[in-house]
Ligand binder design. Structure first.
Ligand code: JFZ
Length: 617
């Protein structure tokens, strides 16, 4: 392996766990500027798997379509036959790039090689590719990257650097550690003897040289999106990172390269955090499907609506998180019609309201307002009105700036009435905006507020103008000390308690630790107290923990029953449940503390928030 001085520098710095390549925060911000301003990108999962489209010998698969070869344990020699049938005569790079651009997307990430090992680009490394191995014979990566440049889209590629079911030395954990009840990560049906596998042979022969081809032959590459790092070593990950940064210095690498390397955090599939994320990475990207599969499946018609997509896009933007939305084209080379329709509707919204997403940064408030998520740019705030205030009377607590002007982005000539006051007891500013009494017909209206200077908001947590008090896990103070782990604690000790990528407090088992929140309430009354928890992917409610909630001099003891499932597009894959713990009286406006304790032993739970709701709205 020949590495120039620059690459060696990357490796030395990366190995030291410092910021990649020793770049300064200012250099890093420059590298990230276009990506942060974009907020919205398209991922494309397209390959041989689009031909069977989720069906194999009469059986429809119950998993994501690009995993067909693994799900049906199809022998390599049999799966390879699909390549001879791959002739997507309707493929039109211009149409794909134009659809992405018109939807308001600013970058494209094309799956160049997925786990099945088939390269969707010309590769001299391996003839198992779209140019040499199919009747189609065209380099779609070359056509698509050129079309992206014509349509103001940054070009990025996804490469499965670890899993490769076509190769005897492809990665994947030991089959004794299955992915799920029936499937394994690696190919143990053609290559059952795990001990014979030498990932390093695969890495040197295929993965590394193909990544080099992708970095050399398609002009500027703005993102290298790696995936499922089960086997790759730290040294191998450093080598790939160093090669990317040497050959494409501005390129961003996601965290699924593995071994803690990369430039930004990739959330789990369809994982939508309930709060802004504080943790391993400064920048984060959510990756999501438009139905429930990445690769095309005939049977999957569970399409999200444009309102769903816009709710996710604006909710994520309000948390400084990019939204990478997937399209799975058909074997003929076309985007599924529902995808095209939804993206067209999203584009129509972006035409009028895109300034509330593009080039903005996340909310200055501690969490979404009762009406919806907030984004900002210097001198301006955007409130995405997922809920329309009764009678059009919008009130927002906690904004310290003078509001100079208010209007709906979809009605730019209609200036709205604004009134600002200050609650003397709580020293809490109150903004009132008079919107049209009835919500406009357009989906997800956006209120723009021109403010004097950059947004300054009340610090801490305070009652919303709809009377609710939301206490998010991410804003809790952790109290108490865990009992020291017994010396015999094995390496498989349970994961530590902390805020997960979902924005929830996870792995909270130890009753010796409890959470507290300080908040301001301005409205005396009786309040229902609910604990909101989140489960694992698509799992029903499973905690039933006993808790004790202490607030306003009262203590409520309850067993979390998860009786109310919270149905939002953001909780579709990671369900959230509300458990009622009782009600408390708040006698007067003022500052309060709420403490949440575990009562006795029990399973871990993912705490999203504690919610106080007035019993009389
Ligand atoms: C991976 C692939 O296996 C899948 O086929 C698709 O390409 C997706 C975008 O990425 O699936 C993952 C990888 C990581 C997580 C979940 C699914 N994760 O970290 O939770």
């Amino acid at each position: 392996m020949k590495l120039n001085i620059r690459a060696i520098a990357f490796l030395l710095v990366a190995a030291a766990g410092q910021s990649a390549s020793g770049e300064s925060p200012a250099e890093r911000d420059r590298r990230f500027q276009w990506w942060r301003d974009s907020r919205f990108g398209m991922m494309i999962h397209w390959g041989l798997y689009a031909i069977p489209a989720g069906e194999w010998k009469g059986e429809t698969m119950d998993y994501i379509g690009e995993w067909l070869m693994s799900r049906f344990r199809i022998p390599v020699r049999e799966y390879e036959q699909l390549a001879r049938r791959f002739n997507p005569v309707k493929f039109d790079a211009e149409a794909w790039a134009s659809t992405a651009e018109r939807a308001g997307m600013k970058y494209m990430i094309f799956v160049a090689k997925h786990h099945d090992g088939f390269a969707m680009f010309r590769s001299k490394v391996d003839p198992y590719n779209i140019v040499d191995g199919t009747p189609f014979g065209r380099d779609v990566a070359a056509e698509l990257s050129a079309a992206c440049r014509r349509h103001n889209l940054r070009w990025g590629v996804y490469y499965s650097q670890d899993l490769d079911w076509h190769e005897p030395d492809g990665g994947g954990t030991d089959p004794k550690l299955p992915l799920n009840g029936t499937m394994h990560w690696g190919n143990d049906w053609d290559y059952p003897n795990h001990a014979d596998k030498r990932y390093e042979r695969y890495f040197e022969r295929k993965a590394k040289p193909q990544v080099k081809e992708l970095l050399s032959n398609y002009g500027q590459v703005s993102i290298l999106w790696f995936d499922t790092p089960h086997t790759i070593s730290r040294a191998q990950a450093e080598e790939l990172y160093g090669m990317v940064r040497t050959m494409q210095p501005g390129c961003l690498v996601n965290s699924r390269l593995g071994q803690g390397l990369g430039d930004y955090g990739s959330l789990g599939d369809n994982m939508i955090p309930s709060s802004a994320i504080r943790g391993a990475w400064e920048d984060w990207e959510a990756v999501a499907t438009m139905n429930d599969t990445w690769g095309f499946k005939k049977s999957d018609q569970n399409w999200k609506t444009s309102r769903d997509v816009l709710t996710l896009l604006t909710g994520l933007a309000g948390k400084n998180i990019n939204y990478l939305l997937n399209v799975g084209p058909t074997a003929e080379g076309q985007f599924p019609e529902p995808s095209v329709r939804v993206l067209s509707e999203v584009g129509a919204w972006m035409e009028k309201n895109g300034e509330s997403v593009r080039g903005t940064r996340g909310s200055p408030f501690a969490h979404d307002l009762a009406w919806g998520p907030v984004t900002r740019r210097p001198g301006r705030l955007y409130v995405h009105l997922q809920e329309w205030p009764q009678g059009g009377l919008l009130a927002i607590h906690g904004l310290h700036n003078r509001v100079k002007k208010a209007w709906l982005l979809s009605r730019p000539t209609e200036k709205l009435k604004v009134a600002q006051s200050r609650d003397s007891v709580l020293d809490l500013r109150l903004l009132r905006v008079t919107l049209p009494a009835a919500a406009p017909a357009d989906v997800l209206p956006v209120l723009a507020l021109d403010i004097a200077g950059d947004a300054v908001v009340e610090k801490g947590l305070f009652q919303q103008t709809d009377g609710t008090v939301t206490l998010p896990a991410v804003a809790a103070a952790m109290n108490g000390e865990s009992a020291p782990a017994p010396a015999s604690a094995s390496a498989s000790a349970p994961a530590a308690m902390g805020i997960s990528r979902l924005g929830a407090m996870e792995n909270w088992r130890d009753p010796a630790k409890w959470l507290t929140w300080e908040f301001k309430a301005y409205r005396p009354g009786r309040y229902t107290v609910k604990v909101i928890t989140t489960g694992r992917r698509r799992r029903p409610f499973e905690t039933r923990r006993k808790v004790a909630v202490t607030v306003a001099g009262a203590t409520l003891r309850a067993t979390l029953g998860g009786e109310e499932e919270i149905h939002k597009v953001s909780t579709r894959y990671y369900p959230q449940h509300a458990s009622r713990c009782g009600s408390v009286q708040i006698d007067k406006a003022g500052a309060y503390q709420l403490a949440l304790r575990l009562d006795g032993a029990g399973g871990a739970m993912g705490l999203v928030s504690v919610l106080l709701t007035p019993e009389r709205p």
